[in-house]
Write a new protein. Structure first.
Length: 248
């Protein structure tokens, strides 16, 4: 059994996960300790894998986060999975904007909050959704890792494949989210607008932000004032956006 008394069990499972997910093109990026098993909280590890072969070359890439947690109830280990669409190119622009122009989920001290365009939990890709979806390992040879990788190969890859071009992202950016069935993601919308300008499509960025502001309705993480400031600051920062807006 992968018991809490075996401190190397999680490390062995993480290594098994690293080897299995490598077949899908992912490499280990970083591991963060987020719990030490003390004071009643289970030991936990956040493990990040990145795939440079997913997305728009030089602009976006895919990442998987595996949260590996000791499970005292089963004396095993449970794994939760999250997929991220990253863009360092967009992040470099977003970091130059005032925080008041971004949606309220941004935290300036945390770089991660700048360099991902969108994320989704593996369970949100199920039908019906199962937001608490976990994969269990009762011993190092269990099937939790295999099931996790099946999601990476299947439902997660399908999610990425709908986001591997600017044209696709311009469509997805207008869609309501799982959390808010009336409004699009303000983070994704801003990121896609920046990405469109960087990719030589400033007119599409103008159209996207114009559509958003004309709605006069945003989700709880955003406001019309924030969105308006973002649009103004983007024009100041990226001359191509300002020129495209002026030519409309």
């Amino acid at each position: 059994m992968a018991q809490r008394g075996r401190p190397n069990a999680a490390a062995m499972i993480i290594d098994k996960l690293r080897q299995a997910i490598a077949v899908e093109g992912y490499v280990l990026y970083a591991t963060f300790e987020v719990g030490d098993g003390q004071r009643g909280s289970p030991a936990a590890h956040k493990v990040w894998f990145v795939n440079d072969g997913i997305g728009i070359p030089g602009m976006t890439k895919g990442a998987i986060e595996a949260l590996v947690v000791d499970d005292p109830s089963s004396e095993g280990v449970r794994i939760s999975g999250y997929a991220y669409l990253l863009s360092d190119a967009v992040a470099e622009i977003v970091k130059q904007l005032p925080v008041t122009a971004l949606d309220s989920s941004y935290k300036p001290a945390e770089y991660l909050n700048f360099n991902y365009l969108q994320m989704v939990g593996f369970g949100s890709l199920d039908t019906p959704r199962k937001i608490d979806r976990t994969f269990h390992m009762f011993d190092v040879g269990g099937d939790g890792v295999d099931e996790f990788v099946r999601y990476v190969r299947g439902k997660v890859r399908d999610w990425f494949d709908q986001r591997i071009s600017v044209d696709q992202l311009l469509i997805v950016a207008r869609e309501p989210t799982h959390q808010d069935r009336f409004n699009p993601s303000p983070r994704l919308l801003r990121g896609v607008a920046v990405l469109a300008v960087l990719s030589g499509r400033p007119r599409q960025a103008v159209e996207l932000l114009g559509w958003y502001l004309d709605r006069e309705k945003v989700g709880r993480l955003d406001s019309i004032d924030r969105a308006t400031l973002f649009e103004q600051e983007l024009g100041n920062l990226l001359p191509d956006y300002s020129a495209a807006k002026g030519s409309n």
